[in-house]
Design a protein around this ligand. Sequence first.
Ligand code: NAP
Ligand code: MG
Length: 493
Amino acid sequence: MQSFEYYTSLANSMDFRTKCWIDGQFVSAKSGETFENINPSTGKKLCDVARGNSNDIDAAVNAARTAYEDGRWSEKTPSERKEVILNLARLIRENVSEMALLDTLDMGKPISETVNVDAPGSAFFFQWHAEAADKIYDEIAPTGGRDIAMIRRVPLGVIGAVVPWNFPLDMATWKLAPALVTGNSVVLKPAEQSPLSALRLAELAKEAGLPDGVFNVVPGFGEDAGQALGRHMDVDCLVFTGSTAVGKLFQKYAGESNMKQVWLETGGKSPNIIFPDADLEKAADMAAFGIFFNQGEVCSANSRLLVHSSIKDEMVGKLRDRAEMIKQGDPLDPATTMGAMVDVNHAKKVERFLNVGKLEAKLIIGGDRFSINGSDAFIQPTIFSDVPEDATIARDEIFGPVLAIQTFDTENEAIEMANKSVYGLAASVWTSDLARAMDLSDKLHVGTVSVNTVDALSAMTPFGGMKQSGFGRDLSVHSFEKYTALKTIWVKY
Ligand code: NAP
Ligand code: MG
């Protein structure tokens, strides 16, 4: 890690990419319109960014289609594509401070996290998917006779990707890496709060050897650029990470346009269940991480803590101690462990939940929005206990550093409470009883169960939800399934 001074001076001398990236070059939005991009930790403008709309989406999809059809990328061998994407991973590593800073400036998260987690994570995810590219075999069906029935995995064509602001570079990477490695062309619409790392990534991809037109970025607003991509008649597949409400819109857009495939990674309200036989110190450390990491702006945040009633007071005390240790401040300071919310609007939304929570439950610590360096976008790490099952703060995704603690007495009660959610992204279970851990893992309706940890995740394992947390999986070789179709080629001889 470099120093506070280093990141501050780099931030002040940064040259932002602010236009649409279409067919291998930066171009203004056709309308000439721009929107202000604000740094939430100062409240000050970083830059004006091109406000793409349906015309720019059209140009980007056309470039992506042309590139796909002429085979400049789609007909390269998997090994050739691997080399280019490995180059991209290397370039991200070579520019790690810059890539990290772009996300920190755009959405207010601590530089220590973007330097150590987000930016190297993106490089690693690209590398991992690239390395897998030429190690996956097609199939031949056991027909027998004078027949060869090949079952081949082929790219889909043009992929539209719409991503959120909470991990701008990584959410884009999770979509891009498998989409590109399998030979597709991509049009990416980043979140309006955080377009900068995607635009720089596009430039690095060109430097890495990705042909023009294969990867395009159109910054802009969801209602226009995002919707235009979702409704485009020449987009074969739309992959989305974001809220459940907007995810449902993409299903509607697809139904009302060309029936494109839609894959959704959406919201969550993940339960973290702690039994008395667990390592309670470790459970408390990780429970705090599970809700406070990234200002709680994590889809799989462990926002519901279900503790056995016999250890409730002890766990509430431990969690309060952990919350007190969090250092909020300038995200460019490597000592800062919690930054600003992504913008004042979102901070105000979280604040409304805090006010509701104060009526519904017992406030243990935090509970307020406050200012640092003239920015009103900071929220105190907050814990509520004695949260009734039907409370708003126990049900709704807050997407902030707000923990709701509830108690249970029996295993069945814990399972019932955990599953009582429209979401099903992730869950954690803390116990030293292996049989109990496996039993719960079977019964929890979620995409990932972490046992004696929280938010277990790697490039090797699929990530995604059940119920209204969405469907389809990012990461692992299974992510390739979203970006390819099975094609049967039957030969008689
Ligand atoms: P969001 O409001 O759903 O926005 C996500 C993306 O959709 C943004 O690019 C947004 O553009 C675009 N969008 C918004 N309205 C649209 C519309 N009417 N038509 C088409 N596109 C539209 O979500 P967010 O607030 O950025 O992110 C927070 C949410 O993401 C949370 O619910 C969180 O759980 C979820 N999330 C899920 C995962 C997962 O893997 N399951 C991971 C991370 C986050 P604008 O920026 O212009 O609004
Ligand atoms: Mg911003």
